[in-house]
Design a protein around this ligand. Sequence first.
Ligand SMILES: Nc1nc2c(c(=O)[nH]1)N[C@H]1C(S)=C(S)[C@@H](COP(=O)(O)O)O[C@H]1N2
Ligand SMILES: [Mo]
Length: 255
Amino acid sequence: MTQNLTAPLIHRRTLIAGGAGLLLAGCDKVVQIPAARKILFAGEDMHRGLQRALSNRDALAPEFRPDQRSPFFRPNGTRDPGTPAYRAMQANNFADWRLRVGGLVATPLSISLPDLRRFPNRRQITRHDCVEGWSAIGQWTGPQLGTILKAAGIRDAARYVVFTCADLYGGQPYYESIDLVDAFHPQTILAWALNEAVLGVANGAPVRLRVERQLGYKHAKYLMSVDAVASLDGIGKGKGGYWEDNVDYDWYAGI
Ligand SMILES: Nc1nc2c(c(=O)[nH]1)N[C@H]1C(S)=C(S)[C@@H](COP(=O)(O)O)O[C@H]1N2
Ligand SMILES: [Mo]
């Protein structure tokens, strides 16, 4: 079953395409100045509390009309994982792919593609903003991550959700993480379709995360597992994502 939820357009923020600056209202402004961010958000607890105080984390990202979609949704980062394991899944139309849901959950799950598509699906037309200075608008379809985490019985001790991908960077899988506010945000979905077509390899087949209040690099493609965890310590180099660990991108990439 497909729900077509049309959210109100919220022009809370306007991205200047290609520019470093964001036009923001009120006290959000200071949060976008890199130096201020570093000082304000030194320390995770400080970070979470202040971010919540300064902006409404539950607000919806703007949604767009079908005619506003980009004619081509530019792929970025890995465009084809190309590993023997991925090739084997691809050759089989991902019939053997399973999404493993584990960590701090009562019931670990192993979800096939048909099973994933049987959850209630959300469809949303949103804008993807990459830090490299480009944006694209596309329509995504998939179940809400929150539904799946509830189905697995996420435990109270969980604070973050970690996504592990099929593509390798220097031999290690790409990974990302988000907190539970984003994990249970209504527009956070596990997308298996882009613009009404089954998700292609370039954009993250068979399933990729859409976490619409965050910048592009948080939207993990080629999902293999989703783990609820209490802390990001000991995962990768401990900063919560491939780029965070290796290129000093901010873990919190809220837009
Ligand atoms: N697994 C994986 N996910 C990823 C990446 C990647 O290289 N590997 N790149 C990220 C970046 S920087 C962006 S901008 C988006 C690009 O998504 P797209 O290829 O659909 O445009 O995916 C993000 N998720
Ligand atoms: Mo990106």
